[in-house]
Design a protein around this ligand. Sequence first.
Ligand code: MN
Length: 285
Amino acid sequence: MNTTVTQPRAVERLIAGQPTSDGAGVKLTRVLTQDLQRRLDPFLMLDAFGSDSADDYIAGFPDHPHRGFETVTYMLAGRMRHRDSAGHEGLLQSGGVQWMTAGRGVIHSELPEQSEGRMEGFQLWLNLPAKDKMNAPWYRDIQSADVPEWRGAGVLARVIAGATHGVQGAVQRDGTEPLYLDLHLDAGASFEQPLPAAHNAFVHVYRGAVQIGEQAVPMQRMAILRNGGDGVRLAAGSDGARAILIAGQPLEEPIVQYGPFVMNTQQEIRTAIEDVRAGRFGRLD
Ligand code: MN
């Protein structure tokens, strides 16, 4: 793919997200909410969490099920222990990524392994194509040192999924073709990323501010990028910036969500609930 962007996308909308809590009472901001699932297909949810106060995170996310999609957790700071009913266990630490394909179903827990200090990061939900929703669960922990990186003038791009400037990311996926970059920009630095015109894309700024075309995107805002053109170009303000850039190929299939289950029909949701009740998701030992 050509790495020169000549027709950059503009910002369609800025989104502030909804403060909420989930799990056993973890405070977070739901940046990508359910009403945006169709617009940002194949992405179903993006939660941002960040606190220096243990009260906001200490309860964690005890045993709960998932079916029909993938969860991608990216830690900026802190330590979180994952265990699931498929027998996977891992410690997610600052700068690392946990990629879990729930597929036909897992029960897992995500619990802080610290009682003080900062906990910060993101959890993204990525849909699975209908044909893959009942695949076997899959899980991978990617430690910070193993996240591929690309460096340009004043730019560090951490490549969680997809590829940038010839650097292949930690995870690749057919079907949804996700791109997930964590961009660290020095003051005044700029970054370009080619994007297929039909892929849905958004930028979430978590430090400083960026400029995308005519639009300033401040900290803690998500910019939904208009489709079309050949990519995105963003420039950091005078304080530099950090932002995640996420894009993917829409599935254009029905989306039916009930809590931690995302399927294509109501009947499939009823089946998921019955399967959990009957113990068919397995259990955490
Ligand atoms: Mn979970």
